[in-house]
Ligand binder design. Structure first.
Ligand SMILES: *Cc1c(COP(=O)(O)O)cnc(C)c1O
Length: 218
């Protein structure tokens, strides 16, 4: 399956994040041995032991809701945080990154789904943050793009519209706030059920769990 997905992503050069949440280190190593280096987790308490147990050249992506009191545990090693959803969390990431003398790369998570979702910015709240003096003082975070999740539905057209909206948000924000940045370029969208549509709509990173690891038992 890994090879098949890689081949599908190759023409657009879309990056594959293997979402390993709930899966044991042995399952991660299986993909590692096939060359996969980017893995995604959504819980700090699960990520930290995996980071400690597994090879240090893995790039760990944080994709779940992040609580401020847990940032310090991942700040020494996290590669990219996809799920920045408030000024408060970005402030804490900046603070912890500074302690480790790092610049942590982050994506802004947007609410694009019809269905009720708790976390994520809308365009207005993201702009308010980007315009704030607080945000502009942060030296140890670098926002490299946006992330979103489409509605879980059979309606492909709806999913496509939601991905189009995320691309539109990306374009607006890039033009207004990151026109001088060469690193603001990521659109993290697409999961096992909808990644082909996401890739057609301009995804630069897909986050795939079930297709690679099988169904999760919670
Ligand atoms: C679990 C998860 C995924 C992967 O979902 P699959 O349907 O298993 O591919 C992607 N993104 C986020 C934010 C997730 O929590």
């Amino acid at each position: 399956m890994l090879q098949q997905i890689r081949e599908q992503l190759q023409p657009t050069n879309t990056q594959l994040i293997a979402v390993s949440k709930t899966k044991p280190p042995a399952a991660i190593l299986q993909l590692y041995e096939q060359g996969q280096r980017d893995f995604g987790e959504n819980k700090v308490q699960e990520l930290v032991p995996k980071y400690e147990a597994l090879p240090k050249d893995i790039h760990w992506h944080f994709i779940g809701h992040l609580q401020t009191n847990k940032v310090k545990q991942i700040a020494p090693f996290i590669h990219l945080i996809h799920s920045v959803d408030s000024l408060d969390i970005l402030k804490e990431i900046n603070k912890q990154a500074k302690k480790h003398n790092r610049i942590i790369h982050c994506l802004l998570q947007f609410k694009i789904a019809q269905e009720y979702t708790k976390y994520g910015f809308d365009l207005e709240s993201a702009e308010a943050m980007l315009q704030s003096a607080d945000y502009q003082s942060f030296k140890n975070v670098n926002i490299t793009g946006v992330m979103g999740m489409a509605t879980f539905t059979e309606d492909e057209n709806q999913v496509r519209q939601e991905f189009k909206r995320l691309k539109e948000i990306f374009n607006i924000i890039r033009a207004k706030y990151f026109s001088n940045s060469i690193t603001f370029k990521e659109i993290s969208m697409g999961m096992s059920d909808d990644y082909p549509i996401a890739v057609e709509e301009g995804s630069t990173m897909v986050r795939i769990g079930t297709l690679l690891f099988g169904a999760r038992n919670y």
